[in-house]
Design a protein around this ligand. Structure first.
Ligand SMILES: Cc1cc2nc3c(=O)[nH]c(=O)nc-3n(C[C@H](O)[C@H](O)[C@H](O)COP(=O)(O)OP(=O)(O)OC[C@H]3O[C@@H](n4cnc5c(N)ncnc54)[C@H](O)[C@@H]3O)c2cc1C
Length: 489
């Protein structure tokens, strides 16, 4: 079989690769977005705090600071075009002593130097008027109204959908294990023997950018995973602030936060600990208690009974702590997007522009705008926020909108069917695309229904459906599959 030749291949369909693919799809180029996982956003981009940072945490000399604020500004247009959930909630840094207020002043000055709009140092009275859920003992703090929250998976999925709509090939289940340069293009091989050829290569492999660099014979560096445990509170918690609440930051991280997620739940965390193992996604009771105590100091009313689940994300960090986005000095036509730790989600739209700038200026790639580029995606139909009348209209159009599969998050059969038809055929793919299974019961009531819908729509037997690809089967046996077959959806 003949191997496809692309102008550009991007390794990694996280927020970095997806943003780059979407931007490149606006030019007359052949682009492949490659991922070893069975869906987009199954790496670091699925497990983070979902904050669109305001741009005052990093010194203006860093690449992170430049791309963070630029990325933040780009969210409004993307939100309008791609219809993912995004809200400018505002960000507060809460100080509890005059000593902490000194750090607030430094952050404020850093913010001003970076060009953060409308940033303000507040006394306790002003801060409590902005955010009444704060502990009344607060000394004061920083307020940055431009910060916000986004649903990271829907953001990445919409970038990939838009890229595909504009001609990008999304190649899943392709783990790049080797590559050879023939003088004009790279031929990459996957672990199962398929091949893809491309003239230019963007390494956006998150935690594994060091490994990809080694495979291509490019620079040697080490990605250090920095573990962050997060805990999710039920949407009915009384401790839901309107703004994202930060403590005064520690040396290596922005501290443990209280985050009103864009979908209405509350998240607290993350921890910050350098580890060796890139597969360690464990969470611990010890850290839950630590986060609970720190978050409770800032926002009153957090209860242990509100905890519904926990997860871990690993920040892909480099020793110098900054992003490393540059062309390789060792091998041709190769770009590193490495060390994309926080604020990578915020900066992603600007990272994509930076990468495309390298392709154009350093490699002389000709960028010709596509005359028929489609910037807009259609709005996503969701029954969750609809009035009874609107819901009735939708049900008349398609009765499957009236069959609620996930009761906690109110997700209908029609939404799950749409997700399957758009290529999300694992349980996590459906969960991240629709939010089914993300509520109080964490899939206890709806998992079997979702499995049946995936099977009905895709033709995959229930016992072959996985949680996130590979061998992560759900039912484990024919017996449970037979049981599922008897249950009515
Ligand atoms: C706990 C935590 C909280 C965070 N909070 C925030 C926040 O609030 N705001 C913010 O701006 N940022 C935040 N971040 C940072 C942000 O999540 C990351 O910067 C961003 O997700 C990195 O995206 P990426 O696309 O570079 O990497 P990834 O999302 O990891 O994507 C890389 C992809 O490469 C694929 N891949 C790897 N190796 C191969 C191979 N050999 N072949 C094919 N594919 C391969 C992987 O499967 C993966 O899908 C947080 C991070 C963590 C861990």
């Amino acid at each position: 079989m003949e191997t496809s030749l692309y102008d550009i291949a991007i390794i990694g369909a996280g927020v970095t690769g997806a943003s780059t693919a979407r931007l490149l799809s606006s030019f007359n180029l052949r682009v492949a977005l490659i991922d070893k996982a069975s869906d987009a956003c199954f790496g670091v981009s699925k497990a983070n705090s979902g904050i669109v940072h305001a741009g005052f945490h990093h010194a203006s000399t860093s690449l992170k600071a430049k791309l963070e604020l630029k990325g933040n500004f780009m969210y409004d247009k993307l939100h309008e075009e791609l219809k993912f959930s995004f809200k400018r909630t505002g960000i507060i840094v809460a100080a509890f002593s005059s000593e902490e207020m000194k750090t607030i002043r430094k952050l404020y000055e850093q913010g001003l130097a970076n060009g953060v709009p409308d940033i303000e140092i507040c006394g306790s009275e002003r801060l409590l008027s902005i955010e009444p859920k704060l502990n009344q003992d607060i000394a004061g703090g920083l307020y940055a109204p431009f910060g916000g929250v986004v649903e990271p998976y829907r953001f990445v999925f919409s970038l990939v959908e838009s890229a595909m709509l504009n001609g990008v090939d999304f190649i899943r289940n392709f783990e790049v294990v080797s590559s050879a340069w023939d003088g004009s293009s790279y031929t990459m091989k996957s672990s199962s023997g398929e091949q893809v050829k491309a003239r230019y290569l963007v390494n956006a492999a998150g935690l594994f950018t060091d490994k990809i660099s080694e495979i291509f014979g490019a620079e040697t560096y080490k990605i250090i995973p920095r573990k962050g445990e997060e805990f999710l509170l039920d949407r009915n918690t009384s401790a839901c602030p309107s703004n994202v609440i930060f403590p005064v930051p520690a040396k290596e991280s922005k501290g443990m936060l209280v985050i009103p997620t864009v979908e209405g739940t509350v998240m607290i965390g993350p921890t910050s600990e350098n580890i060796e193992d890139k597969s360690d996604l464990s969470t611990s009771y010890r850290n839950m208690e630590k986060i609970f105590l720190q978050a409770s100091r800032m926002v009153l009313g957090i209860s242990r009974r509100d905890f519904i689940t926990s997860f871990t994300g690993l920040r892909p960090t480099l020793e110098h702590e900054d992003f490393m986005i540059e062309k390789s000095g060792k091998v041709p036509n190769f770009i590193h997007a490495a060390g994309i730790q926080s604020p990578g989600l915020t900066a992603a739209p600007a990272i994509a522009e930076y990468i495309v700038g390298i392709l154009e200026k350093d490699f002389g790639l000709k960028l010709e705008k596509k005359a028929d580029f489609k910037a807009e995606l259609p709005p996503h139909k969701s029954v969750r926020d609809l009035s009874a009348e609107k819901m009735d209209e939708l049900i008349k159009e398609n009765p499957a909108y009236g069959n609620i599969i996930c009761r906690c998050e109110r997700i209908s059969e029609a939404e799950i069917v749409e997700a399957v038809r758009r290529g999300h055929q694992t349980l996590d793919g459906i969960k991240f695309y629709t939010r089914s299974g993300m509520g109080r019961c964490q899939g206890g009531f709806c998992t079997y229904k979702i499995l049946k819908l995936i099977s009905r729509e895709s033709g995959i037997p229930v016992e072959k459906i996985t949680r996130r690809g590979g061998a992560s089967y759900i039912t484990g046996s024919r017996l449970s599959a037979d049981f599922l077959a008897k249950e009515n959806v």
